[in-house]
Design a protein around this ligand. Structure first.
Ligand code: FO1
Length: 314
């Protein structure tokens, strides 16, 4: 196992776009990414790891661009055929995407670890960045909801359309999960530790909940984050609902407060510049930039700015 100088904590689409910029400014062989697996679950007996796959497909250049998940040009014939047989087909798994899940499940059944299978899938897609699942265990995030049964993250987000009904975010399965081999050494050895613009509660929060991770991050306290909240709103996904559920303010300042124990800096959007002094008062260094990653140039410049801030601290 070789330790890599740049380590990033990552969730789904926002992280993937950020990482596609990071590989333009750092050789991919120098980057390790610790990926949230709290959204993972089985569909039809197949292990699906949305955040690992979103990042793999994005870095491989074959992500579906309109959604930010799934494979470009994929078809849904298998799911259509399944619909004749069963009703729980609400998660859009494309035909080619299913090949990834079939392979992953088969390898896990053969006794391979998730770390190994993830490495194999990344290699097959030509991805040189090291992708490390946060844990080998299945550690689903559980959401307790008003007037609805507790659900896992995909049930909440995709099946139910992410309503504003979360009462409690239960990360206890992550809390009792051991970090995957390589996760803690990667954190300890990083020259630059980055927190991608991901959901601070159920992507980064889930990674932080894994046994030993928070302690290592606090010991360093030099991570540099990118706020996924711009102008009081998430770019994509339900970060606003999840932040409210844990009593956090939905703003770049609210994000900074959540990261204060583990971070020394944060990049916020230019439009949130007025929040800078309040964030600096928390003891964090602040940079403003364009954070809405609408194209490759913006992703690259954002990654460069974030890395610069992290290296300044080193
Ligand atoms: N997100 C959706 O909103 N609807 C879907 O049907 C859906 C399918 C899907 C299939 C494979 C995959 O890797 C991701 C998929 N996602 C879908 C996205 C994903 O579930 C979430 O964006 C992440 O869990 C958040 O990080």
């Amino acid at each position: 196992m070789s330790l890599r100088p740049v380590v990033a904590l990552a969730g789904g689409v926002g992280a993937a776009r950020f990482l596609s910029g990071l590989v333009q400014v750092v050789p991919p062989q120098d980057i390790s990414v610790i990926v949230n697996t709290g959204d993972d679950r089985d569909f039809f007996g197949l292990r699906v790891c949305p955040d690992l796959d979103i990042i793999t497909y994005t870095l491989a250049g074959c992500i579906r661009s309109d959604t930010g998940w799934g494979l470009a040009g994929d078809t849904f014939d298998c799911l259509g055929a399944l619909r004749r047989l069963r009703s729980d087909t609400w998660f859009q798994l494309g035909d080619q995407d299913l090949a990834t899940h079939i392979h992953r499940t088969a390898r896990l059944r053969e006794g391979a670890s998730l770390v190994e299978v993830t490495r194999e899938i990344a290699a097959a897609f030509g991805v040189d960045v090291e992708l490390l699942p946060m844990t080998e265990a299945l550690a689903p995030t559980r959401l307790l909801r008003r007037d609805a049964e507790p659900s896992d993250f995909e049930e909440y987000l995709v099946r139910d359309g992410a309503p504003d009904d979360i009462e409690e975010v239960d990360l206890s399965t992550a809390g009792s999960a051991a970090p995957a081999p390589g996760v803690l050494p990667a954190i300890d050895a990083a020259r630059a530790l980055l927190i991608c613009p991901s959901n601070p509660v159920v992507s980064i929060g889930t990674i932080r909940a894994v046994r030993g991770v928070e302690e290592r991050l606090r010991a360093r306290r030099d991570a540099v984050a990118v706020s996924p909240i711009i102008g009081g709103k998430p770019v994509k996904g339900p970060a606003d609902r999840l932040m409210r559920a844990i009593g956090a303010e939905v703003s770049a300042l609210g994000v900074a407060k959540l990261y204060q124990p583990i971070a020394s800096g944060i990049v916020i959007d230019r439009t949130d510049a007025q929040l800078g002094p309040g964030i600096e008062a928390l003891g964090l260094r602040v940079r403003t930039g364009e954070t809405l990653m609408q194209n490759a140039r913006i992703s690259r410049e954002l990654a460069a700015l974030t890395l610069e801030l992290a290296m300044e601290a080193a």
